[in-house]
Design a protein around this ligand. Structure first.
Ligand SMILES: O=c1ccn([C@H]2C[C@H](O)[C@@H](CO)O2)c(=O)[nH]1
Ligand SMILES: [Zn+2]
Length: 135
């Protein structure tokens, strides 16, 4: 990912992380998503007393972009206070995968970086094509 674009997304993700509502895990996560038409949507994790209802930062950002009608992305940056770059959960990998192939940069507060892609994060991923296979 271009350095300038990364820096912008990283700053936005850090800011979104500050808005995380994580009173149960105390694990705050932020995400920033760049659309193909250069808009940025952010997300943070939002937990719930009924733990299973919690939403991750990555899905929050992608759903927010969807709510604005944006479904084509160029890049996603995710940040958390982890020892190495944060690793998205399986549910988020599936949602990230839904919207094509784009750059994903996983980071932490120290600025450690893992550069990957939406496809690479979910090898042999399930996609909508499989739904029509038996027709
Ligand atoms: O990549 C990740 C991993 C975890 N979480 C959230 C879910 C939950 O609120 C908390 C602990 O799992 O962190 C994210 O938002 N993104
Ligand atoms: Zn997740």
């Amino acid at each position: 990912m271009d350095k300038k674009i990364f820096n912008t997304l990283y700053e936005k993700a850090l800011k979104a992380r500050e808005n995380a509502y994580a009173p149960y895990s105390n694990f705050k996560v932020g995400a920033a998503l760049l659309t193909e038409d250069n808009e940025i949507f952010v997300g943070c994790n939002v937990e719930n007393a009924s733990y299973g209802l919690s939403i991750c930062a990555e899905r929050n950002a992608i759903f927010s972009a969807n709510a604005a009608g944006k479904r084509k992305y160029k890049g996603l940056v995710v940040v958390a206070d982890t020892e190495g770059p944060v690793s998205p959960c399986g549910a988020c990998r599936q949602v990230i995968y839904e919207f094509g192939d784009y750059e994903v940069v996983l980071t932490n507060l120290q600025g450690d970086i893992k550069e990957t892609t939406s496809k690479e994060l979910l090898p042999y991923g399930f996609n909508g094509d499989d739904l029509n296979e038996k027709k």
